[in-house]
Ligand binder design. Structure first.
Ligand code: GRF
Length: 186
């Protein structure tokens, strides 16, 4: 049984779908959710599913090896970032090389990098006059949004689209494809 740790700091809609997807799975399960915000919706949600949660602070995340130790103690095989905004420290990248997956709400390499998250991404896509947006599921390396791509899925950007309508289309793609992409990686 492969064990998955999710890192999430937002609402946690993707994290919830992953927890549910792997709940009765034969080969994998989400056994830990790590967040940098105790009040994140993702934390409350995970607790409701009985998934262990852990809150980390900046000092602990970047200046100690305690997160890696906690992951190792629990024999975590794979890390999934589902709305986690901090850069992943090298110690985790090295220990989990090619086993850390992120989902980004745009078609990388465009509209990625520091500060490109949530509404900022969709605003930039609209401002650039793109005809298409979508999601990128990718491996995580030392730089924001730069690891190898695992899969991309697209949606049309229509003339009347606003940040909200585009965000909804992109979120639909995330909810539809993230779990199966992770399953293929396992
Ligand atoms: C998603 O849009 C994902 O692409 C990005 O963070 C967001 C998380 O949303 N990395 P949610 O908390 O899962 O609803």
């Amino acid at each position: 049984m492969k064990k998955i740790a999710i890192f999430a700091s937002g609402t946690g809609t993707n994290a919830e779908i992953l927890i549910r997807h792997f709940e009765m799975h034969m080969d994998a399960q989400v056994t830990l959710l790590i967040s940098n915000r105790a009040d994140a919706g993702a934390v409350k949600m995970a607790q409701e599913y009985g998934v262990e949660t852990m809150i980390v602070d900046r000092e602990q995340f970047y200046s100690t090896r305690s997160v890696l130790d906690e992951l190792k103690i629990r024999a975590i095989d794979m890390i999934v970032l589902a709305g986690f905004l901090w850069l992943i420290p090298e110690i985790l990248i090295l220990a989990y090389r090619n086993r850390i997956i992120n989902i980004h709400p745009a078609l990388l390499p465009k509209f990625g990098g520091k500060g490109m998250y949530g509404k900022h991404v969709h605003a930039a896509v609209l401002a650039a006059g793109e005809k298409e947006s979508g999601i990128t599921i990718h491996l995580v390396n030392e730089n924001f949004d730069e690891g190898d791509h695992i899969a991309q899925f697209t949606c049309a950007v229509d003339a009347g689209d606003t940040i909200e309508t585009l965000a909804a289309k992109v979120q639909r793609l995330e909810h539809e494809h993230f779990a199966s992409a992770i399953e293929r990686m396992l």
